[in-house]
Design a binder for this molecule. Structure first.
Ligand code: GLA
Length: 744
């Protein structure tokens, strides 16, 4: 298989699993690769009659129990208790394009981007099972998407105990693992460490992809940085329990597997049934992390995100959560909406607390009917009033959950996940619905559809605020209980599928207490996601910077909120909060009715500026220039560039102000070296209109090569210190870099 810049080579064999030969920068196509296949026998290792030594083989999808002591890609239990299998090659199919998978979020090639799908057909005669390994090649983004499909072709049951979506055996171990880990309110912190002998896993057993570990990982050559070096990125299109395992063996081979976490999982296959793994995305290149992120961003936009929204500008929103929490009624909300409209906001989002009798987090989840105390004229009346202001209307749901104090639970106690005789473990006073059940999905679809119709809703924020515990389903027989967690996620996908189909114009934003389910499975249905409950500008620099490694900024909901910040108590300038949030889908999450005139003016200008640069900020190529995870951990900078390289915006941020600092020059990227650019500081709060501080003397025309090689001088922050902000800590600057005589 070849993409524009990569080759992926393996060899199929009739008597065993396919052998991996090469994955990396593109090399010439040949019918055979004897040099890549060459191996010397070793003593003291199992040796098959054919002479093959499994421990020395690099496999496409390693089988268990037959002499390869590394972790296998799959395990299938058979009627006699054996888990030993050996799949041999039967044939292949080569298909133009890329079909979506049924029932799972998956990639596609609706735009005719030259994708092709190779399916390798394998068979195990003894287990009477077939296995298909799929490789969808997307040549222009250097992406290969893999998955596996198992089928029981015999007349006895089989049990799948593990089924990776992808395995990659790399012939080297001198690699760094880069991953995104964190916790609630501090998601996606970037860590980087050299691989060591043995196994390392990045995983989640929480029923969701989790705040703690994101499924996205990078394997990077030690010297690889943002703008150069060989890197491999891998991500899973899945939102439940997952595991990335990276195993370095004693011959210096690195085996990567990714897929559903086998811990606590199994899936029963009855004769004729099949099991499809989620898809995994593999992307590689020699243009560093920057290049990898951009290839992936483009890939998701063209081949994963709902095409209706993939390139559609996202509305500037106001969300009432941090403004009111549960304390609101229709009048208070309308007040916020009116003021928001004056500021230039386009979408009003009604968050938690509008349904049942929910005045705090202890009740009503599951009862998706508006609270008559808060909406005496009905939710339809509020929607109408919001729409007549010229705003779009969005609402919050948490479909997968129920409170014990809810009509839903009282009517259907068996709809909760819960092991017989065991006390349920609450989290945030709520419990998880068994969305693996068809009747639960039907009920949720009807309940949500009713509200969407009543309100002519434009947007849904779909939240999920707790992890799974006591994962046992009243609808499954004992032997299928290990399927429950996966079935729950499949039910979530079914519900998303039905709603996005029934209401194609509704924009979905996913959320799980912030970024607890920020993954590609969600991205397929919900083009944007709430990155973190932590809206503090400093924390957001870290979270959004880390997240940007694996996800495009158009996926990141980014809001300006009040100070002192509700998570950190930190007071940052409004300007900095705006300068961070504009590198995402901008929103406001504060009581806009309480703003003084200065603040309101500043916010109006932020919004006007953002609208003028929206496409660039949401869909432009992102370059990370200065990492807050490196150097002095005190500065950060990034940049977006338009596809035609005529326009760019650079954000520069510092955490603490240091006295008497050295001179700061930030080297830009992605510009045309031979083009002249006008560099201006965009003073969002300076009353300078849409695009400037009004200080024309500070505009500079500079060649792209100078900006990229010598860098842009960033004036010391104290020079612009505005006493009204009381502190020069947490300062930021935004520069527009434009080809003259356009857009200025
Ligand atoms: C979660 C979300 C928040 C908000 C609350 C409402 O924490 O991440 O944005 O919607 O729930 O309860």
């Amino acid at each position: 298989m070849q993409t524009d810049r990569l080759s992926y080579i393996f060899r199929a064999r009739a008597d065993g699993e396919p052998i991996q030969l090469y994955f990396g920068a593109r090399i010439h196509h040949r019918p055979r690769y004897p040099n890549l296949e060459r191996a010397e026998p070793r003593k003291s290792t199992p040796t098959r009659p054919s002479g093959e030594q499994p421990e020395l083989m690099r496999c496409e999808y390693a089988s268990p129990g037959r002499g390869d002591y590394r972790h296998p890609a799959y395990q299938i239990g058979q009627a006699d208790g054996s888990r030993i299998t050996g799949f041999g090659y039967r044939g292949y199919r080569l298909l133009d394009g890329k079909q979506r998978l049924a029932g799972l979020p998956s990639t596609f090639d609706d735009y005719g981007d030259d994708a092709q799908t190779l399916v390798i057909e394998l068979y195990d005669d003894l287990a009477k099972a077939s296995l298909e390994l799929s490789y969808a090649v997307f040549p222009h983004q250097d992406v290969i998407v893999r998955s596996a499909l198992f089928r029981d072709d015999g007349d006895a049951d089989l049990t799948i105990h593990a089924a990776a979506s992808l395995q990659l055996d790399l012939p080297r171990a001198d690699l760094d693992l880069i991953d995104l880990s964190g916790a609630w309110s501090r998601e996606n912190r970037l860590t980087r460490a050299r691989l060591r002998p043995g196994s390392q896993t990045i995983d989640s057993l929480r029923g969701a992809s989790s705040h703690q570990h994101n499924p996205f990982i990078v394997l990077a050559e030690p010297g690889a940085g943002e703008d150069s070096g060989n890197v491999i990125g891998c991500n899973l299109i899945y939102s439940g329990n997952f595991r990335d395992r990276i195993e370095v063996d004693h011959y210096g081979v690195t085996r990567l597997t990714t897929g559903i976490d086998p811990e606590g999982f199994s899936w029963l296959l009855e004769p004729g049934q099949q099991f499809q793994t989620p898809e995994a995305v593999l992307c590689a290149g020699d243009r560093g992390l920057d290049g990898l992120s951009r290839s992936l961003g483009e890939f998701y936009r063209r081949h994963l995100v709902n095409p209706r929204f993939a390139e559609r500008p996202r509305p500037v929103l106001v969300n009432n959560w941090e403004a009111t929490y549960f304390d609101f009624d229709a009048d208070r909300l309308l007040g916020i909406a009116r003021r928001a409209r004056q500021l230039g906001i386009e979408l009003f989002v009604l968050d938690d607390g509008w349904f049942g009798h929910r005045d705090d987090a202890t009740s009503s989840l599951g009862d998706w009917v508006a609270d008559p105390r808060k909406f005496p004229d009905g939710i339809g009346a509020l929607a109408k009033a919001i729409h007549s202001l010229g705003l779009q209307f969005g609402m919050w749901f948490e479909p997968e959950m129920a409170s014990l104090d809810s009509d839903l639970y009282r009517a259907h106690p068996d709809w909760l996940l819960g092991a017989p005789g065991r006390r349920l473990t609450p989290q945030r006073d709520q419990f998880v619905l068994d969305t693996g059940r068809e009747d639960v999905v039907d009920h949720l679809f009807d309940a949500m559809s009713r509200v969407i119709r009543q309100t002519g809703l434009d947007y849904v924020k779909w939240d999920m605020n707790r992890s799974l515990t006591e994962t046992w389903s009243a609808a499954l027989p004992p032997e299928r209980q290990p399927e429950a967690a996966h079935r729950c996620i499949l039910g979530v996908y079914r519900l998303y599928e039905r709603l996005t189909h029934a209401f194609p114009e509704v924009l979905f934003e996913s959320c799980a207490s912030g970024g607890g389910r920020f993954d590609l499975g969600m991205m397929y249905y919900a083009p944007q996601a709430w990155v973190s409950d932590d809206t503090d500008a400093v924390e957001r620099m870290l979270t959004q910077y880390g997240t940007s490694l694996g996800y495009p900024q158009s996926m990141m909901g980014a809001h300006v909120s009040d100070v002192p910040n509700h998570e950190t108590g930190r007071i940052t300038p409004l300007r900095t909060r705006g300068d961070v949030a504009v590198f995402g889908d901008l929103g406001y999450e504060l009581d806009v009715t309480a703003l003084d005139d200065d603040q309101a003016g500043e916010i109006s200008r932020q919004i006007a500026w953002y609208k003028a640069h929206r496409e660039l900020m949401q869909f432009g190529d992102l370059h990370r220039l200065v990492s807050p995870f490196e150097n002095d951990h005190n500065t950060m900078s990034w940049q977006v560039v338009s596809p035609d390289r005529r326009h760019s915006v650079v954000g520069w941020y510092q955490i603490l102000n240091r006295p008497n600092p050295g001179h700061e020059r930030v080297r830009l990227r992605g510009l045309d070296p031979d083009r002249q650019y006008l560099v201006r500081e965009a003073g969002l709060d300076a009353g300078g209109g849409q695009a400037g501080r009004g200080d024309e003397d500070s505009s500079l025309a500079l060649y792209g090569d100078e900006l990229m090689n010598a860098g842009l001088f960033v004036p010391q922050v104290f020079d612009v210190f505005d006493p009204e902000h009381r502190s020069a800590d947490f300062a930021s600057r935004l520069f527009t870099v434009d080809t003259p005589d356009e857009r200025n």
